[in-house]
Design a protein around this ligand. Structure first.
Ligand SMILES: *[C@@H]1O[C@H](CO)[C@@H](O)[C@H](O)[C@H]1NC(C)=O
Ligand SMILES: *[C@@H]1O[C@H](CO)[C@@H](O)[C@H](O)[C@H]1NC(C)=O
Length: 401
C-alpha cells in the first residue's frame, strides 16, 4: 500500500471514530423542516435516522419559526440522543387540529439518555382552549376533555431538559410519567395566571426527579406530584402566578402508589393561591402514605395559603366529607419559611380524623398578614414547633352544603 492510501485510510477511520465519539448532527432543515413551515414530516424522518444512529446523535432545530400538529418520538434509540431546539415551534390553536389519540402535543416515550436543550420555545397557543375550558368548567366542572398538554415524557430514563421554554400550553405544560432520573434545569414555563388547568410540571409514578433553576408562571399548580412520585428535588424555582407547589390530590382513585421523599428548597413563591400544599380527598377508596416531605428556605410573597395540608380537599363538592381521608401523612418539615400572606391563616393543617398526621414540624415559620404575625389553624395534628412559628388554633370547618 502506498503511504498516501494508508494516510487516507487512517484519516477515514479517524473521522468515523470522531463521529461516533462526538456524535452525529442531524439538522432538521436538511430534512425539509425549514423555517415558516410545518415540520411534522421532517421530524419523523430525522427522528428515525437519529434514533438508529450507532453513535450519540444530535438533532438541531435552528432559530426560526416552525409549526407542527404534533410530534411523537418513540425509543428505544441505539445511542444517547440530544434535541437542540433554538427555534419557536407553534401548535395549532384549534385543539381539533392537534394530532389525535395522544394526550400531549409533543411526546417522548421509552428511551434512555435524552437531552432536550436550546433556547427554543414550545408555544401551545392555548388561549382558545382555555376559553372553552372555562365555559365547560362552569357548566359541569369538567375541563379540556381533549387534553393536549404541551409535552410528555413517558418511561424516559437518565434524561435532561434544559434551557427551553413551554409557553401557553392548552393543558399541563409538562407531564412526567414512569420516568427515572430526569432533570429539568433552567427551564421556563409561561402562561397567564387565569389560564385553566395549565399545571407547570406534573409528575406521576416517577423516581429521582429534579427541577432546578426553573421559572414557572402559570394558571394552575407550578409543580404537582401525583401518585408514585419518589425522590423529588425542587430547588431554586420561582413560582407565580399559579397555584403553588402541590402534592396530590391523592385518594380519589384506587390503586394509587405512595408518595415519598420530596425536598423543596430555596424557592420563591409569589402571588399564588397556595404556597406549598398537600391535598387528599376524603371518603376516597385510596389508602396510601405520603411521607418524608421537606419544605425549606422558602420566601412567600403575597400568597393566599402559604402552608397548607388539606385532607378534606373536595372542590366543587364533588365528594362527600362524611368519611375521613385514609391517607396517612407523616414526617413533614416546614423550615425557614418567611414572607407575606393574603389570608390571616398563614398555616392551615387539616389532617384526617381517621389517620392523623405524624411528625409535622414548623421551624422558623415567619409569615406576616398585614404586617402582623399570621395565624395557624390545625386539626388532627400536633406539630412540633421551634424558633419563630405560629401556635395552632382550633380549626372550625365551614358549614357543609
Ligand atoms: C428505565 O429504568 C427502569 C428501572 O431501572 C427500567 O425498568 C426500564 O426498563 C428503563 N426504561 C428504559 C426505556 O430504559
Ligand atoms: C442520571 O442521568 C444523568 C444524565 O444522563 C447521568 O449523567 C447520571 O449519571 C444519571 N444518574 C444515575 C444515578 O444514573
Amino acid at each position: 500500500m502506498t503511504k498516501l492510501s494508508i494516510s487516507i485510510i487512517v484519516s477515514f477511520l479517524f473521522l468515523a471514530y470522531l463521529s461516533v465519539v462526538q456524535g452525529l448532527n442531524f439538522d432538521i432543515t436538511k430534512y425539509g423542516g425549514t423555517p415558516n413551515s410545518d415540520i411534522t414530516q421532517a421530524f419523523i424522518k430525522v427522528w428515525k435516522e437519529a434514533c438508529a444512529s450507532p453513535g450519540a446523535a444530535k438533532i438541531v432545530i435552528p432559530s426560526g419559526k416552525y409549526r407542527t400538529s404534533g410530534i411523537d418520538a418513540q425509543g428505544p434509540c441505539k445511542s444517547p440522543i440530544e434535541i437542540q431546539v433554538d427555534g419557536t415551534i407553534q401548535a395549532p390553536s384549534d385543539i381539533n387540529q392537534c394530532h389525535k389519540g395522544i394526550d400531549q402535543w409533543i411526546r417522548f416515550g421509552t428511551m434512555d439518555h435524552l437531552t432536550l436543550s436550546g433556547k427554543g420555545i414550545f408555544d401551545g397557543q392555548g388561549a382558545a382552549t382555555w376559553k372553552q375550558g372555562t365555559a365547560a368548567w362552569s357548566k359541569n366542572h369538567k375541563v379540556n376533555n381533549k387534553v393536549s398538554m404541551n409535552m410528555g415524557f413517558y418511561f424516559v430514563n437518565n434524561s435532561i431538559i434544559t434551557g427551553i421554554t413551554s409557553k401557553d400550553s392548552k393543558n399541563f405544560h409538562f407531564m412526567v410519567y414512569g420516568c427515572e432520573n430526569i432533570t429539568f434545569d433552567g427551564v421556563k414555563v409561561s402562561a397567564p395566571g387565569d389560564s385553566t388547568n395549565t399545571d407547570g410540571i406534573h409528575l406521576g409514578k416517577s423516581t429521582d426527579v429534579k427541577i432546578l433553576n426553573t421559572d414557572i408562571a402559570t394558571g394552575d399548580d407550578c409543580v404537582s406530584l401525583g401518585d408514585g412520585s419518589r425522590k423529588v428535588l425542587v430547588q431554586n424555582v420561582n413560582c407565580g402566578p399559579g397555584h403553588g407547589i402541590s402534592v396530590g390530590s391523592l385518594g380519589k382513585f384506587q390503586n394509587e402508589d405512595n408518595v415519598e421523599g420530596l425536598t423543596v428548597k430555596s424557592c420563591k413563591i409569589s402571588d399564588t393561591e397556595n404556597g406549598v400544599r398537600i391535598k387528599t380527598w376524603p371518603s376516597g377508596p385510596g389508602t396510601l402514605t405520603i411521607t418524608d416531605m421537606r419544605f425549606e428556605d422558602i420566601t412567600m410573597n403575597n400568597v393566599r395559603n402559604p402552608i397548607i395540608i388539606d385532607q378534606e380537599y373536595c372542590p366543587w363538592n364533588q365528594c362527600n366529607k362524611k368519611n375521613p381521608s385514609k391517607i396517612k401523612i407523616s414526617k413533614v418539615i416546614f423550615k425557614n419559611i418567611k414572607g407575606t400572606t393574603k389570608a390571616e391563616e398563614g398555616v392551615v393543617l387539616i389532617c384526617s380524623s381517621g389517620v392523623p398526621c405524624d411528625g409535622v414540624e414548623l421551624s422558623n415559620v415567619d409569615l406576616k398578614f398585614n404586617g402582623k404575625p399570621a395565624k395557624a389553624v390545625c386539626s388532627n395534628v400536633k406539630p412540633r414547633v421551634s424558633g419563630i412559628a405560629p401556635k395552632c388554633e382550633a380549626y372550625t370547618p365551614p358549614p357543609s352544603g
